[in-house]
Design a protein around this ligand. Structure first.
Ligand code: MG
Length: 265
C-alpha cells in the first residue's frame, strides 16, 4: 500500500468541520425521534436530506462512487437493519418492532465533511441486542479517549477491539474508519482491531471518522445483491457507531456531538 498522507486541519478548518457536524447532529437527533415500528428508512432519508439542504449542505453519501461499485450510492443516508452492517440503501420496508437500525449520515457543508452514525433500537429489543448496542457505543467512547497527542493510531484501534471482544462480540475486520476532511475518505485507514503502540503518531489537526462495526457472532461479512449492503455472513445482529473526531492539544474534540444538547442520544 502507498504511504499514508494524513492531511492536518488548522483550528479554523476544524471550526468549519464542526459547523458541518452541528448540522449532522441536528439531523441524527431528529431521526432518533422518528424511529419506531412502522416507519420506513426512505422516510428517514427524506427528512435527513431536507434538513441538510435547508442548512445549505449536501448529503455526502448521495451519488458516492465507491471504487468497486458499478452504481453510485443512491440514498441520502445509509440505513442498515439487523444483520446488515453498513451501506444499506433506504427503502420502503417498514421497520419491525424488536429490530435494530444503523443510521449513517454524511453532511458536506462549505466543502467540509462530517461523518457519523448511531444504531437505534426499534421499540423493545432483546437483551443481546441491547448489550451489542451498549458495547459498541462504549468501544467508540474508548477509542475517542485514546485520541491523544503523542499516542498512536493503534491505540485507537486497540481500544475498540478490547472493549468489543471483552463483551464476547466480534469486530468486523474488512471495514475500517478513515481520515475525513475535504474528502469523505482520507488517509489513514483506521481498523477496529490491532496492537496498541503501533502506527502513525497522533498529532494536532488530524481528524478521524472512527467507526466500530461489530457483530454478535462471527466477524465475517458479505456484500448483498445491490452491491452496496454489507451483511454479517452468519446472519447475526450488527451494530455501527461513529464520530468524526479531531486530535487537539486539549484532547479529543468530537465534531459530530450526537451525545450532547437537548436531543442528546
Ligand atoms: Mg465513515
Amino acid at each position: 500500500r502507498r504511504h499514508a498522507v494524513i492531511v492536518k486541519k488548522s483550528p479554523r478548518e476544524l471550526d468549519k468541520m464542526a459547523a458541518a457536524g452541528a448540522v449532522h447532529t441536528a439531523v441524527i437527533q431528529k431521526l432518533a425521534t422518528m424511529i419506531e415500528p412502522g416507519i420506513t428508512t426512505l422516510e428517514l432519508a427524506t427528512v435527513a436530506e431536507q434538513m441538510i439542504r435547508e442548512a445549505g449542505g449536501i448529503p455526502s453519501f448521495k451519488g458516492y462512487p465507491g471504487p468497486q461499485h458499478p452504481v453510485p450510492f443512491p440514498g441520502s443516508i445509509c440505513a442498515s437493519p439487523d444483520s446488515m452492517v453498513v451501506h444499506g440503501i433506504p427503502d420502503r420496508r417498514p421497520l419491525d418492532e424488536g429490530s435494530i437500525i444503523s443510521i449513517d449520515v454524511g453532511v458536506t457543508l462549505d466543502g467540509w465533511v462530517a461523518d457519523a452514525a448511531f444504531t437505534f433500537p426499534v421499540g423493545q429489543v432483546d437483551p443481546v441486542a441491547e448489550k451489542l448496542l451498549a458495547t459498541t457505543r462504549q468501544s467508540l467512547d474508548d477509542a475517542v479517549a485514546a485520541c491523544q497527542v503523542g499516542g498512536r493510531l493503534g491505540d485507537v484501534s486497540n481500544a475498540v477491539q478490547t472493549t468489543v471482544e471483552a463483551a464476547g462480540f466480534a469486530v468486523v475486520r474488512t471495514l475500517v474508519g478513515h481520515g475525513v476532511g475535504r474528502e469523505m475518505h482520507e488517509d489513514p485507514q483506521i481498523p477496529n482491531y490491532g496492537p496498541a503502540g503501533k502506527g502513525p503518531r497522533l498529532e494536532p489537526g488530524m481528524v478521524f471518522a472512527i467507526e466500530p462495526m461489530t457483530t454478535v457472532g462471527r466477524p465475517d461479512v458479505y456484500e448483498g445483491d445491490d452491491q452496496w449492503a454489507i451483511y454479517s455472513r452468519d446472519g447475526s445482529l450488527a451494530a455501527h457507531f461513529e464520530y468524526t473526531v479531531a486530535i487537539t492539544e486539549d484532547g479529543p474534540r468530537i465534531l459530530t456531538p450526537w451525545h450532547e444538547g437537548p436531543g442528546a442520544l
